[in-house]
Design a protein around this ligand. Sequence first.
Ligand code: SAH
Ligand code: SF4
Length: 357
Amino acid sequence: MNQLKPSLLDFTLKELTQLVKPSFRAKQIYGWLYHQYTDSYDAMKNIPKAMKEELSQKYLVNPMKIIRKEVASDGTIKYLFELQDGKTVEAVWLKMKDEIHEDGKLVQEAKYTICVSTQVGCKVGCSFCLTAKGGFTRDLSAGEIVGQVVALKRDNKHKHNRKINIVYMGMGEPLDNLENLAKAIEIFKKEEGLAISGKRQTVSTSGLSNKIDQLGAMDLGVHIAISLHAVDDELRTELIPMNKAHNIDSIIEAVKRFPIDTRKRVMFEYLVIKNKNDDLGSAKKLVKLLSGIKAKVNLIYFNPYPGTPYERPSYEDMFAFQEYLVKHGLLATIRDSKGIDISAACGQLKEKTEGEL
Ligand code: SAH
Ligand code: SF4
């Protein structure tokens, strides 16, 4: 299929208001889409039949079809979606905090984060990343990004007004699909829809410095996470080839220009690979590099897969690295690998070929 049919999830409320008249109909449809998670025109009971017929000629309701679901022992759920053109992408439902019960009463609601994909495949081609192995196929539309969140909330019976975080850390490089990403962010933020504020949305990037500036200029109120992974350009270029065009300095400068909430920090992700970047010399350089930035470092164990030349670092080296950063005034955490038994740890998603399904 060459021409993909757009969906109702591709539209901001404003656009939908221009599409259907009178305008209160647009709000009613938004309610069906984002409060009821409706995926068929039939269910939209208060919308006139003629209007639904007309819309259905041109637009799908939700373009995302769940074709597989894997539940890990820690409650993480990995979803595989099929798109209209048969391509597949993944999204992950992550439980961030356990429910705490006191005297049988619930005092702390579980918090959830959804990790979404922004492209089928990825152009950046990082040497450590599974997604990169399949190359790049296409960008996701705004509706295909939005549809992942709607589908996961529906599947988990998560009410529309319950808070949720979104991380753009699934398949693809979000800033390489900036236009559709920005639209999806706007749609998520809308009060009449899911009302997910910018503060609850984190864009993870491999460091396209010019696009970091563009995202900043849009003033969407989102957080950014920078996939740094190395403290010198030589190693970073080995890991992330486009570091040649967007080197470490250019990224640091772009981060310094990025508008962030003064109470918040910029997250730097550092994938720790045995005998590559797990030494204290690297930790020292990292401290120097991030001085003057309100930063938080998230250390990630490299997760090996068949055929990779890289290895997982030891627990001792990881811990020593973290300890060095903390001792020298950097906030640093070690990312716990949620859903490790289904390799759903966000960021290790890859398109499944038919044979694997
Ligand atoms: N393209 C964006 C967002 C998706 S990747 C980016 O690179 O930031 C999300 C995260 O998953 C990145 O921090 C990446 O380093 C991490 N990741 C990729 N492959 C991994 C692996 N084999 N083990 C551990 N983390 C990995
Ligand atoms: Fe693309 Fe991110 Fe994977 Fe690099 S780590 S190939 S940027 S998805």
